[in-house]
Every structure is written in C-alpha cells, then in structure tokens.
Design a protein around this ligand. Sequence first.
Ligand code: PGA
Length: 256
Amino acid sequence: MAEVVIVKDSIEGGSVAAGLIARLVRRKPDAVLGLATGSTPLSTWQALAKLNLDLSKVRGFALDEYVGLPVGHPQSYRSVISREVVGPLRLTPEFVRVPADSGPLETAGDDYEQAIRDAGGVDLQVLGIGRTGHIGFNEPGSSLASLTRVKTLTEATRTDNARFFDSPDQVPTHCITQGLGTILRAKHLVLLAFGAAKAPALAGAVEGPVTSSLPGSVIQLHPNVTVIADEAAAAELKFADYYRNAWNSRLDWERD
Ligand code: PGA
C-alpha cells in the first residue's frame, strides 16, 4: 500500500515532498530526479529551493513534453522546466533531459529510455495526477507496461491545459510521455494531489482497481510510493483515518 500523507494545503505538501528529495540528495548528490510540470509540483520546487542545497550534480528527466510547439515556446515543457525547476533549484542545465529534446521524433521514445537507463534509472519520480487519472501524459487506456512514446492528448486534458495558452486551439494535440512502465521503474514515486478536482482520480489511483482506465492506479504495483494530498484531494479516500494514524505514528527512524 502506498504511504499516504494528508496535509493541510499545497504549501505543507510541497515541504513534505521537498524533504524527501533533500534526504535523497544528501545521501546521493548525483541523484536522478523525475521532474513533473503543471501547477501541482510548484510548491515542492519552491520549498526545495528554500533549502538551499547544492543540486548541481543532480540529473533530471522530465516526464513529458508537447509535440509540435516551436523550440523555445514558453509553454513547452523544456521552457517550463528551465523556468520553474532548473533555474530556481540551480540545477545544471546539461544534466536535465526532456523527451524528444534531440534527434528525430520517431526514435525519441527509445532514445529517452536508453538515456534513463544510462543514468542508472530514476531515483525519485515526482508525479501529479490529472482529472482523467493520467500520470505523465498517459491518458486512460494507456498500457500499464508502456514506455516513452508519442500519444494523442484527450480533449479533457487539452481543456485543462488551455489556461496556459492564449486560446484553447493552441494547445497541442500530441505529446511524448514516459510510459507507465517507465514510471514503475523509478525507485521511489512521490505522487502529489491538491484540490477537490483531483479527489475522484486520487481515490481511484490509491484505492480503486488497478486499471488502464485510470492510469494513476498503476502506482499500486510499485513497492515504494508516497502520496501527498491535501484534505480536499483526499476527501474521497476510504482509509483516510488509517493514513493519518500511520503518518502520525511513524517510528523515529522513519522520521528523518
Ligand atoms: P496540474 O496537472 O498539476 O496542472 O493539475 C497535473 C497533471 O495533469 O498531471
């Protein structure tokens, strides 16, 4: 079962997640982080930046990228990662990869998988979850064993992401994303969910059946998952009291 941490708000959630990353980097200064974009991880990056750690040796792999945006477009995930993660955390830009950032699109998925393997695998993967239950851009129906590949976005996700663009029709129709199988290979998954809109997807992911209809449910196949959710996102979790109790009764060695 995933460890589920229910927090007051996204600020507290970001600080819990940043603490997990800090603990990893203190132990392994060249740790490999899986980087998520979107609104959800922002408080994590902000809390981590405040810790003022030397993250210059950390390597990073973004979860996903739009297909079809011009290089340097402010909403490309390469730009978002540079602006919201690499800059504030003072990561080394050359150590941070985004899918399809070099070479032809046709082989970009395999190339990315190889690059992750060459780096020794992802140590800690930060994840958000979409209203559709997607993680990365793995929309409902994605194979639970999928690897990095090009996908078509659902209209629900395009609508959700339209807020970042001047008009909804500018949201790309395609993306390239780490697969659910890729995500499962990371050593530790940290799934963040904030706000009431995420409550049904989060409950399905944590407590529902494992199904490609709700891609986030694949986390139940992973042995080392931390879910960090605020009260609103946790509202539909059946075992919320148990999760609170388990978190509050952590043993000393589980607390550092
Ligand atoms: P959000 O997106 O952080 O912008 O809510 C999460 C996701 O779609 O994975």
